[in-house]
Design a protein around this ligand. Structure first.
Ligand code: SF4
Length: 316
């Protein structure tokens, strides 16, 4: 089974359990690691977060000293490059996290709501349906465990898992055998909680005689975790396009199944008039946001979103 089909089937399964799922997100602080699947566990103030916006909130806005009380001159509230601050203000206003007002030719901003304590944990899943073709699997999992950006790291596979497989990967990594047809997950080994609050060593590159690493402070990690959770919340897992082809028949989860190839297809790589099975048509109309909103506590269109408009007034 191809990794793309496996990954989408696992995402759909987890979403049907009501979980906040995303895929293909940066999981590094200084490096370039991309996590296959990310599950965010809701925290005590999840509903407050969901009420603000379905989109991710910019890290710079969250970290700024803009609060919900007195409006502040935007330039005094950010400790970063003014261009980044300006972009963060724009996005935060557009997404209903900030509101702004003009006073004496200057832009002042305040939070519409205090940034909530909305997530309780992050699960990072590495998908490797065929353990016979592991690629960089061991190195990737060592990187994830050492950095401990996610609370738990899991390897998901469709393969039969042997003791030798278990011995080769870090003992903190959980192992799931997932059957996409039945939707059954057999937990072969439970994942260990990782020390997410501590400073860590990030493996940047492993070579035969040398490994490049960087120390990551607890503060850097906390920031990266929040950014990861925000991106997961905003992105979801249906971040693919549907082919403009009559042979694409999405299933009930919105997975872009192709009847000609008898599997899910990645439109950007596989679908064009050059494909032997191509039959021109409008792309299937799938409302992935509605599916996500029906199945999970994520909200597609909270009231807060409509209350405000992105102001077009100029910064001063
Ligand atoms: S273009 Fe080819 S691969 Fe893509 S949906 Fe159509 S038949 Fe399937």
């Amino acid at each position: 089974m191809r990794e793309f089909d496996f990954e989408l089937a696992l995402c759909a399964h987890l979403e049907r359990e009501g979980r906040i799922v995303s895929r293909q997100l940066g999981g590094a602080v200084h490096g370039r690691r991309v996590l296959d699947t990310v599950v965010v566990e809701p925290g005590p103030e999840f509903d407050e977060r969901a009420a603000i916006t379905p989109r991710p909130l910019p890290t710079a806005a969250i970290e700024s000293s803009v609060g919900p009380g007195r409006a502040r001159y935007w330039k005094d509230a950010f400790d970063c490059h003014p261009d980044r601050a300006e972009r963060a203000v724009e996005l935060a206003v557009e997404r209903g996290f900030f509101e702004r007002e003009r006073r004496g030719g200057r832009t002042y901003v305040r939070q519409t709501a205090r940034y909530p304590d909305w997530f309780d944990g992050i699960l990072a899943i590495e998908n490797k349906p065929d353990l016979g073709r592991p690629g960089d699997l061991e190195s990737q999992l060592r990187t994830d465990v050492s950095l401990a950006l996610a609370d738990r790291v899991v390897l998901a596979t469709a393969s039969y898992v042997t003791g030798a497989h278990l011995n080769r990967i870090p003992e903190e990594v959980g192992v799931w055998r997932f059957d996409p047809d039945s939707g059954k997950i057999d937990i072969r080994r439970a994942a260990t909680q990782l020390p997410t609050d501590d400073a860590a060593i990030e493996l940047l590159e492993e070579r035969p005689v040398q490994t490049d690493v960087r120390v990551v402070s607890a503060a850097e990690k906390g920031r990266a975790r929040r950014q990861l959770a925000e991106r997961a919340y905003g992105k979801g897992w249906r971040s693919f396009d549907y082919p403009a082809c009559d042979r694409c028949l999405p299933d009930d989860d919105g997975i872009p199944y192709c009847e000609w190839k008898d599997r899910a297809v990645r439109e950007s790589d596989e679908c064009s008039p050059d494909c032997g099975g191509y039959e021109a048509a409008d792309p299937p109309a799938i409302d992935g946001e509605s599916l996500r909103a029906e199945r999970t506590p994520w909200r597609a269109d909270p009231d807060g979103r409509q209350r405000r408009q992105s102001g077009l007034d100029r910064f001063g």
